[in-house]
Design a protein around this ligand. Structure first.
Ligand SMILES: [Ca+2]
Ligand SMILES: [Ca+2]
Ligand SMILES: [Ca+2]
Length: 211
């Protein structure tokens, strides 16, 4: 029984305990970043530490490293999803989209069927590849999301609209809410653990009865 309670405590601790991560001077919960590439298309070139085509699109966009990124081009788009967290419309800016390079480039961002241009600016910090870390800050108010409302995906149009093509390295929620397991999932896990414990004890009981 003691073991079961310990296991449950560890599971709950792992789900709810999050460390902070600082990127470009901004603080994020460690699970606040985009988790998956839902869809993509057009001309997209990945970069990792100055090597082109060095990683897959999901790798460079969900690794939380600003030295790995994707450069957009003709008809380029990427739809990103948040799995273990949601982006919340809280106070001020809610979303940070990081972009690499000496020129702070712009791109189009579609949320809730509203498309707006996001302009990035230099954060004052540099990535481990030596490039400038630029950031575009997004307030979900501008996309018609109610205060306290949330989103779980964003659509980035990465066609070049400024002097250089956008080079997206990382997307994180400044206002983030962790997606925790449903209470029913926890109850099912508990039943499973009890079942395992009983199965382990049964042979002993049988041996005692037969012996
Ligand atoms: Ca996440
Ligand atoms: Ca990256
Ligand atoms: Ca906001």
């Amino acid at each position: 029984m003691g073991k079961i309670i310990f296991l449950c405590s560890v599971l709950v601790f792992c789900s709810w305990a999050h460390c902070d991560l600082i990127v470009g001077g901004l603080t994020f919960q460690d699970n606040a970043f985009a988790d998956e590439v839902i869809n993509s298309g057009g001309s997209l070139t990945t970069f990792a530490f100055d090597v082109p085509n060095a990683g897959t699109l999901p790798e460079v966009l969900t690794d939380t490293d600003t030295a790995t990124f994707v450069i957009g081009g003709t008809n380029a788009f990427v739809e990103l999803g948040f799995v273990d967290n949601l982006v919340i419309n809280g106070n001020g800016n809610d979303l940070a989209i990081f972009e690499q390079g000496g020129l702070a480039d712009s791109f189009l961002l579609k949320i809730n069927n509203i498309t707006l241009q996001v302009d990035t600016s230099f954060t004052g910090e540099f990535a481990s590849d030596g490039r400038e870390i630029n950031v575009g800050l997004v307030d979900l108010d501008d996309y018609g999301i109610l205060s306290g409302g949330s989103i779980s995906s964003i659509f980035l149009d990465l066609e070049q609209i400024t002097d250089a093509p956008p080079a997206i390295s990382l997307v994180g929620a400044l206002n983030s809410d962790s997606v925790v397991p449903e209470p029913s999932t926890c109850v099912l896990s508990l039943i499973g653990l009890f079942g395992l414990a009983l199965r382990k004890k049964l042979p002993l009981c049988r041996a005692n009865m037969e012996g």
